[in-house]
Write a protein that binds this ligand. Structure first.
Ligand SMILES: N[C@@H](CCC(=O)N[C@@H](CS)C(=O)NCC(=O)O)C(=O)O
Length: 240
């Protein structure tokens, strides 16, 4: 059994999708991130970075529990553990790693900052940041669209953990203001193809269940909880 600590965010949904693909049993331990569950000692022992996802594989290497954080590391672990989505060919395997890192270092953090500046930051005074991240995510989704114009999936002919890492972000065209993929037909084709996968459909069902708990968490949040969650107000460092 794998304990998955998380909420209904794309970085967590990557892991849900992979667990559904490889059909490993898992249990979601919902984290109320606005109430500060991530600062509790119990969770900090699992992830000192205080972010989700994190897992504890109760049946880890040597039959002992194994804790892991960072969604990319978790996907790699699950692929190697199961031998699924783990290409035997070295070139192919590292092509998968390359596109996984493209997601981890580019698509994920840049999309996350864009969403922060369009949803959680005041509009006034933040035009520069909003335009900067909008420009950068268009550049990145443009790279992805060109890649998907030459290959069925990110790493080539086969669906891989790079796709699983990227799809939970890229499918949110409204949140990312990608204008229904008007500029990105290959991206649109790939988003739709993965959407058809039974594991993706199961992930979507699980997402809606986690969203109920997230909804309650946000409903019960005080303005101070929200400031802490978004690292703003008195929780922001002010650069002299
Ligand atoms: N690079 C990390 C990013 C994790 C991350 O930022 N998670 C967000 C949710 S998607 C989070 O935990 N936010 C809570 C917070 O900022 O306190 C990964 O891919 O696992």
């Amino acid at each position: 059994m794998i304990d998955l600590y998380g909420m209904s965010s794309p970085n967590v949904l990557k892991v849900v999708l992979m667990l559904e693909e490889v059909e490993l049993p898992y249990h979601i331990r919902h984290m109320n991130m606005v109430a500060g569950d991530q600062y509790k000692a119990e969770f900090q022992a699992v992830n000192p970075n205080g972010r989700v996802p994190a897992i504890i594989d109760q049946d880890g290497p040597g039959g002992e529990p194994f804790a892991l954080f960072e969604s990319g590391a978790i996907l790699l672990y699950l692929a190697e553990k199961t031998g699924k989505f783990w290409p035997a060919d070295l070139r192919q395997r590292h092509t998968v790693f390359q596109w996984l890192m493209f997601q981890m270092g580019g698509i994920g953090p840049m999309s996350g900052q864009f969403v922060h500046f369009t949803r959680a930051a005041p509009a006034a005074g933040n035009e520069y940041a909003r335009n900067r991240y909008y420009t950068e995510i268009h550049r990145l989704y443009g790279v992805l669209d060109r890649r998907l114009g030459e290959a069925a999936y990110m790493a080539g002919d086969d669906y891989s953990i790079a796709d699983m890492a990227t799809w939970p972000w890229a499918r949110n065209h409204e949140m990312l203001k990608l204008d229904d993929y008007a500029e990105y037909p290959n991206l649109a084709r790939w988003v739709a193809a993965i959407n058809e996968r039974p594991a993706a459909q199961r992930m979507i069902k699980t997402e809606s269940e986690i969203r109920v708990d997230d909804g309650k968490a946000f409903q019960n949040a005080t303005p101070d909880d929200l400031d802490r969650f978004f690292a703003r107000g008195k929780y922001a460092r002010v650069l002299a």
